[in-house]
Design a protein around this ligand. Structure first.
Ligand SMILES: Nc1ncnc2c1ncn2[C@@H]1O[C@H](COP(=O)(O)OP(=O)(O)O)[C@@H](O)[C@H]1O
Ligand SMILES: [Mg+2]
Length: 236
């Protein structure tokens, strides 16, 4: 079955070099294929290039070498404005430090990606609230981030990453700043998204317990992919 499905994301020779006093090869020649519905977890020690790889996949940083293709769009052909549009329409981001806007309520934060779509104010509000309900935070819709716990803020961030139904969700250490109970809640939400909605996910972590959730595990060290493990979701 897999053979007949086209990959959603393909990288070829993807590399990032930082030039300073010495040149840092943060990511070297990464060839990766991600299929629709995949739950990919990228594991590796601190400094192995995970975040650099993810920011390139997210179109937030340009590669030094190599290419990234999402569907039929090849990133490096895009102008800055087109790249922004691609990010806004096709991608959802979750970061370690939540990155919510402090002056906006939970619902207003979740609504942000919808403001770029041709929707009425009422539709925007309904979709934002429905998304907050799915992460169990409907009652907190009008709270500011400062009035929410870290775990709640991350659930708001997850709702914001999903509300515009992106093709691909990218998360960098999404539980890195949470206690184990809240981390488990975020993991549960990610699993549900993947199994119930076939949402394609790429999660970066140094937390090996993410491995169990994935159907594809990418092991990185020193900027390179050491190996890719294909496994059943939920299996050890
Ligand atoms: N903006 C930058 N300038 C110079 N070096 C960087 C920059 N960003 C990351 N690096 C270096 O690239 C390597 C990979 O970093 P990173 O992708 O953050 O790793 P990880 O997320 O796996 O911890 C590290 O050696 C880091 O110091
Ligand atoms: Mg990192």
């Amino acid at each position: 079955m897999r053979k007949s499905t086209a990959p959603l994301l393909i990288t070829r020779g993807l590399s990032k070099y930082y030039h300073g006093k010495t040149t840092v090869h943060a990511v070297r020649k990464v060839d990766l294929r991600v299929y629709p519905g995949d739950f990919v977890v990228i594991l590796g020690p601190s400094g192995s290039g995970k975040s650099t790889l993810l920011t390139m996949l997210g179109g937030l940083e340009r590669p030094s070498l190599g290419s990234i293709q999402l569907g039929d769009v090849v990133y490096h052909h895009l102008e800055e404005g087109e790249l922004t549009e691609l990010r806004q329409q096709k991608l959802g981001f979750v970061f370690q430090y939540f990155n919510l806007l402090n002056s906006l309520s939970a619902a207003e934060n979740v609504a942000l990606p919808l403001r770029l779509l041709p929707l009425t104010e009422r539709e925007i509000e309904e979709r934002a609230l429905s998304m907050l309900e799915q992460v169990g935070l409907k009652e907190r819709a009008h709270h500011l981030p400062a009035q929410l716990s870290g775990g709640e803020q991350q659930r708001v961030a997850l709702a914001r990453a999903l509300v515009h139904e992106p093709e691909l969700v990218l998360a960098d250490e999404p539980t890195g700043n949470l206690d184990s109970k809240n981390a488990a809640l975020i993991k549960e939400l990610l699993v549900r998204l993947n199994t119930e909605k076939q949402q394609t996910l790429i999660i970066v972590s140094h937390d090996a317990s993410f491995r169990k959730l994935a159907n594809r595990v990418v092991y990185m060290s020193d900027g390179e992919i050491d190996r890719i493990e294909v496994k059943a979701r939920g299996a050890d």
